[in-house]
Design a binder for this molecule. Structure first.
Ligand code: KIV
Length: 266
């Protein structure tokens, strides 16, 4: 099986097949996600919260994103790997944005990049496409803008705000984005955007009508306890399983049960 491409994603949209996307931040989990057949692995700047233990994504650096994308790419055979441009890696100038986006493809094995925003970055999106760097846009709740938004809040709730979101989505498509993440927007707004765009929409907290869905892996696996957004679903509690296994190891060492002969050399 060859790697998923943007052409495959367009085909899925046209055939009404759902696109699946998950985050991953390291080799072992990237390998598991890839083996499950997930279409897109996003190396999200959510790494700051779920791996680095930060309160938000703002301090995550470009070098950290390159490191995580590199080790994810090593574990992936089939999924499309998308690198997430962190805060202040593309906001300062188009030149800086293109240079940093290029690093994901040149150094880290990604096939595309994601940026938060659309209308404010339409020129950047165009420049990235000119440089042969596929771009996924991201609108609605954009966590890099938490201070401007006043927190992690649902976007597009009023008629005017919904209109602006729909317009932003159109701008992203016109600028050349190959898909767009819709985060924390009312489901009827996401449905309208999905119907109006020819590129796939990937929802997170945007209801069931998007062309695809994305979740943060640590939310799905029960590895992030601080906060579970209303839109995230915990499919398993791996923290509990890990705690059980580690506690058993501790007891077995303390009681002389481990290592047994089986784990020793003669
Ligand atoms: O950083 C991230 O994981 C994301 C997804 C939630 C879309 O941007």
């Amino acid at each position: 099986m060859s790697k998923i491409t943007i052409v495959d994603l367009m085909k899925k949209k046209s055939m009404g097949q759902k696109i699946t996307m998950l985050t991953a931040y390291d080799f072992p989990f990237a390998k598991i996600v890839d083996e499950s057949g997930i279409d897109i692995i996003l190396v999200g700047d959510s790494v700051g919260m779920v791996v680095q233990g930060l309160d938000n994504t703002l301090p995550v650096t470009m070098d950290e994103m390159i490191y995580h994308t590199k080790i994810v790419s090593r574990g992936v055979k089939n999924a499309m790997v998308v690198g997430d441009l962190p805060f202040m890696s593309y906001q300062t100038s188009i030149e800086e944005g293109v240079k940093n986006a290029g690093r994901f493809l040149k150094e880290a094995g990604a096939s595309a990049v994601k940026i938060e925003g659309a209308a404010d970055f339409s020129d950047l999106i165009k420049s990235l496409i000119k440089s042969d760097i596929p771009v996924m846009a991201h609108i609605g709740l954009t966590p890099q803008a938490i201070h401007k938004m006043g927190g992690f809040k649902v976007q597009g709730k009023t008629q005017d705000a919904a209109k602006r979101l729909i317009e932003e989505a159109r701008i992203a498509e016109d600028a050349g984005a190959f898909s767009i993440v819709l985060e924390a927007v009312p489901m009827h707004v996401a449905e309208t955007i999905t119907n109006e765009l020819s590129i796939p929409t990937i929802g997170i907290g945007a209801g069931p009508h998007c062309d695809g869905q994305v979740l943060v892996l640590h939310d799905l696996l029960g590895l992030y306890e601080r906060f579970l957004p209303k839109f995230a679903k915990r499919y398993v509690n791996l923290k509990e399983e890990a705690l059980k296994a580690i506690s058993l190891y501790k007891v077995e060492v303390e009681q002389g049960i481990f290592p047994s002969e089986e784990h020793s050399f003669k």
